[in-house]
Design a protein. Structure first.
Length: 343
């Protein structure tokens, strides 16, 4: 059996190790993908830390859910039209048959089997087998490294924009706007016509937020941060990508009449409270946003292909260099997403 070299998690909460292991073969309704690139962001570290599944029986595991590659082999029963196509991976292992999947809401799947990079191997290796439903074709003209932002960093904001019904009438504040999802959330909200403010803490990230046409707001201290950040007007939507008690508290206090707060983080143990009185008097909503629909991944690819959203990949690493990207993320130095380039 042919071998490949890549990264595998041996213990949840520990960095993956570089090692050799067999190239897998596709089974029924599966495809073998030759990975060209894989996105690296905070969600990958969340997965590696065991926050989306920490069963030792899942190990060893190849992390990396934002993978891009070519389908090179088709398993029994899989669509032969996928062979040779460039695809990105849909993160959630949805069944495709339940009422939610049939309604195009695959992220709510009643039979969810987990996530790519946690419950099945991902893109931190040059070859991976995906279920047919998780291989989403994207245009060939998309550069593989640029395309790493499509399946999560852009698809997630597309879902947020739909959940919060963001329109040109809105003022959107994005907390953590310099990170991988945040920097693309800024662009998706602006594409919807909204006025956008990006909140972050480093000069480099604030400069990038401003370059993309949003109001850059330094947010070292949420207790002292004014609510009227839009020329004394309050935001109508706050997208909270940090999910701390401080950020959630500021979001709920800052929102104007009819405002919507969108929570996305999945870190365990983070809590936030709210005033029922304020919720009623301002008729506000708190929305949880869970990844995206499969169709929204296709929409994300369209937005990038047509130039409506610029892929922000702050650092690219070759094989055996990805742990340096992890350190950039942990130290909050990385602007946008990182990418592992297998080519």
């Amino acid at each position: 059996m042919a071998e490949q070299a890549g990264y595998r998690v041996r213990e949840w909460g520990q960095d993956p190790q570089w090692e050799s292991f067999p190239i897998p073969s596709p089974g029924s309704h599966e495809v073998l993908v030759q990975v060209e690139a894989c996105g690296v962001g905070l969600t990958v570290l969340n997965c590696i830390d065991g926050n989306l599944g920490d069963d030792p029986g899942l190990l060893p595991r190849v992390p990396g859910h934002e993978l891009v590659g070519r389908v090179v082999e088709i398993g029994t029963g899989a669509d032969p039209g996928l062979e040779g196509r460039r695809v990105v991976a849909y993160f959630y292992l949805s069944c495709g048959h339940c009422e939610w999947c049939q309604a195009g809401r695959e992220q709510r799947c009643a039979n969810l089997a987990g996530q790519i990079g946690v419950h099945r191997d991902g893109g931190y290796a040059p070859w991976v087998v995906l279920p047919e439903l998780n291989a989403v074709p994207v245009p060939d003209e998309l550069d593989p490294v640029a395309a790493t932002v499509v399946p999560d960093a852009v698809a997630t904001p597309v879902h947020v924009a739909d959940r919060a019904d963001i329109t040109s009438a809105d003022r959107v504040a994005v907390i953590g706007a310099g990170g991988g999802v945040g920097i693309h959330m800024v662009q998706v909200a602006r594409h919807r016509g909204a006025a956008v403010a990006g909140l972050d803490v480093t000069e480099e990230k604030l400069a990038e937020i401003e370059r993309l046409g949003a109001l850059a707001v330094r947010s070292d201290d949420f207790e002292g941060l004014e609510h009227g950040i839009f020329e004394d007007a309050r935001p109508t939507v706050v997208v909270d990508l940090l999910g701390t008690t401080e950020t959630a508290g500021w979001a709920l206090d800052a929102l104007g009449m009819g405002g919507r707060m969108v929570a996305l983080t999945t870190f365990p143990g983070r809590q936030a409270g709210f005033s029922a009185r304020n919720m009623v008097f301002r008729e506000m909503s708190i929305l949880g946003s869970r990844y995206s629909h499969r169709a929204q991944v296709v929409e994300a690819a369209r937005l990038v292909t047509e130039g409506h959203v610029e892929p922000i990949v702050g650092s690219v690493a070759g094989p055996q260099e990805v742990l340096g990207l992890h350190e950039q993320i942990r130290s909050q130095r990385l602007i946008g997403r990182g990418a592992l380039d297998w080519r």
